[in-house]
Design a binder for this molecule. Structure first.
Ligand code: AHZ
Length: 308
């Protein structure tokens, strides 16, 4: 067996040369039917590790000082990220998502049915993204909620100024005292989600931090993971108490969420269903227009604060 020191004889030239060397500039059509002589370009295992870790640690370094942090990559967080990333390609935007899979509750339209309903005028956001829909007069229907989620996700991930740290939980908020005795939110405390889940049975697993002048929290309504930032604001006595999400009423819920999307304490904007816990707004169930437009408004609020 080759010793650990042995290296695969890889040309040290650039990637294009390696591809040419291996005939791997072929198109898919050229490969089809030629499987007998097929081979991948050679690789050493350490190259794979370094390809990932070098970039990840570079990103940790780059985004340790971010311009904006978005907590939660559900339908609201992703809509916020899209608007911000597009409007300000000069800003560094970090998205922190506790789950391995970004998208929150938006992979299905509601229940286990596929289609996603958006009430007008949120159809404007679908046109902006280029997501096709059926027009039903007062509302529109995307044939599968995953089409919305994957489209907004792919556009956000392609933006060079946005980094998604998934499988990473926000464990706390960074605060600074203000002159009036309150606090200003100045960033987030993070940890890998699997580590966060083991604070009770493993000791001293210290967190990481991201400083940012603007944090946007879109962690959804209360649940195993939800309403994270607003619950923390109560425990640090910056909010007296939460109003608690009220029962389902589509008409009042969606208007309320969009209208109330705002900076809750200095430096912290709350959007999406997390907001229903702050003010005691109704829930809307499986209609997603308010999540998209709360995201548009949260982005607008963030830029207002940022540009102040
Ligand atoms: O994993 C969570 C989800 O992807 C993530 N999240 C929660 N806590 C976090 C933390 N750190 C990092 N501490 C965290 N990430 O936040 C995301 C929230 O997504 P969501 O889809 O639950 O929320 P949303 O407000 O974007 O969309 C809500 C969709 C709903 S709920 C509802 C109802 O119950 O009536 N109706 C709609 C349309």
């Amino acid at each position: 067996y080759p010793s650990a020191e042995m290296t695969v004889a890889l040309p040290t030239k650039d990637k294009l040369d390696i591809d040419v060397l291996n005939g791997n500039t072929r198109t898919v059509q050229e490969m089809t039917g030629n499987w007998e002589n097929f081979s991948f370009s050679p690789i050493r295992e350490s190259q794979v590790s370094r390809a990932m870790t070098r970039r990840y640690f570079q990103d940790l370094d780059t985004y340790a000082e971010s311009d904006i942090v978005i907590v939660g990559a559900g339908s609201c967080g992703l809509s916020t990220a899209y608007m911000l990333g597009k409007a300000r390609p000069d800003l560094k935007i970090a998205i922190i998502e506790a789950s391995v899979s970004p998208g929150g509750g938006a992979w299905l339209g509601g229940q286990l049915f596929s289609a996603m309903v958006m009430r007008k005028p949120a159809d404007a956001f679908l046109r902006e993204l280029g997501v096709p829909y059926e027009d039903e007069e007062n509302y529109v229907v995307v044939k599968h909620a995953a089409l919305f989620t994957s489209t907004v996700l792919s556009k956000v991930l392609q933006m060079p100024n946005i980094k998604l740290f998934n499988a990473t939980a926000v464990e706390d908020l960074i605060t600074r005292p203000t002159a009036d005795g309150g606090v200003r939110i100045a960033g987030v405390v993070t940890n890998w989600t699997l580590v966060s889940m083991h604070h009770d049975d493993q000791s001293c697993m210290d967190p990481n931090t991201i400083n940012a002048p603007v944090v946007i929290s879109t962690t959804g309504h209360d649940g195993p993971f939800g309403a994270f930032s607003v619950k923390r604001l109560v425990s640090m006595q910056q909010l007296e108490k939460l109003g608690g999400m009220r029962g389902l009423d589509m008409n009042s819920a969606e208007d309320a969420i969009v209208k109330r999307t705002r900076e809750i304490v200095p430096g912290l904007i709350v959007g999406g269903m997390e907001l229903s816990e702050v003010d005691g707004a109704n829930r809307m169930g499986p209609t997603f227009g308010a999540m998209a437009l709360s995201g548009v408004k949260a982005a607008e609020e963030a830029l207002r604060i940022f540009e102040e």
